[in-house]
Design a protein around this ligand. Structure first.
Ligand SMILES: C[S@@+](CC[C@H](N)C(=O)[O-])C[C@H]1O[C@@H](n2cnc3c(N)ncnc32)[C@H](O)[C@@H]1O
Ligand SMILES: Nc1c(NC[C@H](O)[C@H](O)[C@H](O)CO)[nH]c(=O)[nH]c1=O
Ligand SMILES: N[C@@H](Cc1ccc(O)cc1)C(=O)O
Ligand code: SF4
Length: 453
């Protein structure tokens, strides 16, 4: 990644005192890897330019073997729904095209925009419909809408700040076309009738305590009481501040992200962790990120899965302003997944995201160290808006066909992986059964096969 090194004057660069051979030997032996080892594996050796195809295969093989030892041949997926509450956000992350300027949502803005905000009642209706189709989990990640507050008390505190109001990034709900309600109201609405609610990233948790002296733990405890069941570890991007300064200067810093995740763990919430890579960062930053996650997991043990998210560049400010010329290559994707598996010796599952990679490459990544194939999601906005085109839905039938085609065992899982169901490819109907109202009915009418299903 010479581009990044040259353009940004980063302090951290992919230079080490380690050799590729030593790092590979340690990886094969199952020894705990250092950041330098990680860099050697991610670069296939800093002793030469570019990715060496033979060395890359060695890294992928080591990761695939480790995957087989740790989790065997099962490939898991979850029957879930994405229900994002709002796209209003002023944080301004340069890799993101999911958000819309919050001012556009104001009653008198006169701006016609593609964004949306759902009231708690609207969220409730979307979830009710998805539950009747058999979903287990509701995933909800949203923009930081200025009118969103934890609860009525939080509204009062935020309203007490003098102008400029955006000192605490707050405007009262009356200013907007649609009132998103409070975080607690949204939690209650989305967790009703037994849905497992996976929501409130560290960035959202920060928004839920902004302008107060409340701790992340206070917030997560109250969110959990209102129905939150697990936490998405997005907003991680690259957990090295010199990279965050370039791609998301308005976002919480690395220390805050870690603090929020530790708080979620203290409250007893399972959580995922992510990395969003393939933009301005180099392999040293990627390896340093893995170390932050591994240390966090040493302290908490609550991370159920690690999710590498390849940067989707097409319609993002980073790309449109010429700051980057594209995303990661597939070789980099393979190595990111493989080194995640090898480095994170304390995280059991590594996810392959079909939304980011597509089916074919997503399946290939299941032989590079990944063992989870994401979820049905039923709708998708983050990748689509960034110019991705891999679709918004996979049925249980799609999953079974793809996973069996690569010789692995399809398993429907709960979010925390504790409940699992090995899916018999011959069974009919072929739908989810773990959701509170799931009875095996295929998730979507359009996906129902003609006669035999
Ligand atoms: C869109 S945000 C929504 C939740 C909340 N606003 C936050 O930042 O945590 C969720 C995550 O989507 C991922 N994301 C956003 N834009 C992306 C892109 N262009 N390519 C890949 N991942 C992206 C980032 O990792 C981000 O943290
Ligand atoms: N990788 C992506 C995910 N993964 C999250 C899963 O769908 C699921 O919520 C998690 O495994 C917890 O059970 N979701 C997306 O919407 N987009 C992705 O790229
Ligand atoms: N929001 C992320 C995906 C994601 C969601 C929940 C998770 O636990 C992990 C990853 C995206 O689409 O880019
Ligand atoms: S990544 Fe999240 S915080 Fe950043 S602009 Fe997008 S929605 Fe807002």
């Amino acid at each position: 990644m010479d581009r990044a090194v040259d353009d940004f004057g980063f302090e951290h660069v992919p230079e080490t005192d380690q050799s590729f051979e030593n790092a590979l030997a340690k990886a094969r032996a199952g020894d705990r890897l250092t950041v330098d080892d990680g860099v050697e594996l991610l670069t296939t050796g800093t002793d030469h330019e570019g990715i060496d195809p033979r060395r890359k295969e060695q890294v992928l093989e080591a990761a695939d073997r480790r995957r087989a030892e740790v989790v065997g041949e099962e490939v898991t997926f979850v029957a879930n729904l994405n229900n994002n509450v709002t796209t209003a956000c002023n944080t301004g992350c340069l890799f993101c095209n999911f958000k819309d300027t919050a001012a556009n949502f104001e009653r008198d803005s006169g701006v016609d925009h593609p964004g949306f905000t759902k009231t708690p009642a609207e969220s409730r209706a979307v979830v009710r419909d998805a539950l009747s189709r058999g979903v287990y989990e509701v995933t909800s990640v949203s923009g930081l809408h200025p009118a969103l507050a934890l609860d009525a008390e939080h509204h009062e505190i935020l309203a007490g700040y003098d102008a400029p109001a955006n000192q605490v990034n707050y405007k009262p709900p009356e200013r907007y076309d649609t009132d998103p309600g409070t975080y607690l109201e949204q939690m209650r609405a989305m967790s009703r009738d037994g849905a497992h609610l996976h929501s409130m990233t560290p960035e959202e948790a920060y928004h839920a305590i902004r302008g107060t002296d409340w701790s992340y733990e206070d917030a997560y405890r109250r969110l959990a009481d209102a129905g939150l069941a697990s936490v998405p570890g997005t907003a991680a991007e690259i957990l090295v501040d010199e990279v965050r300064d370039v791609i998301c200067p308005g976002k919480i810093r690395t220390d805050d992200w870690v603090e929020a995740m530790e708080a979620a763990a203290t409250v007893g919430l399972p959580m995922t962790a992510t990395v969003m890579y393939g933009h301005v960062e180099n392999e040293m930053h990627r390896a340093m990120h893995l170390k932050v996650v591994r240390d966090l997991q040493d302290r908490t043990g609550n991370i159920t899965e690690f999710v590498p998210l390849s940067f989707v560049h097409r319609t993002t400010p980073l790309y449109e302003r010429g700051i980057v010329s594209g995303g990661a290559t597939f070789e980099e994707d393979e190595l990111m997944v493989a080194v995640s598996r090898l480095f994170l010796d304390n995280v059991e599952h590594v996810q392959s995201s079909w939304v980011k990679y597509g089916d074919e490459r997503g399946l290939k990544l299941l032989s590079c160290g990944a063992d989870d194939f994401m979820g049905t999601i039923l709708s998708e906005e983050i990748t689509k808006r960034a110019g991705g085109s891999e679709g918004e839905f996979r049925s249980v039938r799609d999953y079974v066909e793809m996973i069996t085609a690569v010789g692995r065992v399809p398993v429907e899982r709960s979010t925390d992986y504790r409940t699992r169901r090995v899916v018999d490819p011959e069974e009919r109907p072929l739908g989810p059964t773990l959701g509170p109202q799931a009875d095996g009915t295929p998730l979507m009418a359009s996906q129902t096969a003609p006669a035999d299903d």
